[in-house]
Design a protein around this ligand. Structure first.
Ligand code: CMP
Length: 140
């Protein structure tokens, strides 16, 4: 399988509860390498642009407010099949459906406050990584 990169976000519910290290350990234990990482505070506008694809969804406003409500950790994860592997480690979007041992099963509070985001495909990963990181910030 090819080496891929994917964009991950540790969301405000998780940074608030000091879970960054525990979540990063899950990624590293699964063989994913954190090749870029920074803790930032998104504005409503920045969150809105990132989640533009969900603009028509009823939860869009709530989602943007939540993502701008506290610090997030944006990161690039690298590894074999990193996009699918990260989604496996995160678990289902709704923590009620997430498999035991996944990040969302262990840490997420609700479908909205679900601790982590991960890119869903190669094209999305490229766009999402470029949204937060320049090439110079990616050290493999
Ligand atoms: P994420 O992987 O970041 O991508 C879009 C997000 O929208 C998703 O995780 C959820 O946190 C959020 N989301 C999805 N469904 C709902 C919902 N019904 N209510 C609130 N937020 C939702």
């Amino acid at each position: 399988m090819a080496i891929e990169r994917t964009l991950s976000i540790i969301k405000p519910d998780a940074t608030k509860r000091n879970l960054t290290g525990k979540i990063n350990a899950k990624f590293e234990d699964a063989g994913l390498r954190i090749v870029a990482q920074k803790r930032i505070q998104l504005t409503m506008e920045q969150a809105g642009k990132f989640y533009e694809v969900h603009k028509e969804r009823p939860f869009y406003g709530e989602l943007c407010e939540f993502m701008a409500s506290g610090p997030v950790v944006v990161q690039v994860l690298e590894g074999e099949g990193a996009i699918a592997k990260n989604r496996e480690v995160m678990g289902a979007t709704n923590p009620a459906d997430a498999a035991a041992g996944t990040i969302r099963a262990e840490f997420a509070e609700s479908v909205g406050e679900n601790s982590v985001h991960g890119s869903d495909a190669a094209e999305t990963a490229a766009v999402e990584i470029a949204y937060f990181f320049s090439g110079l910030e990616l050290v493999g």
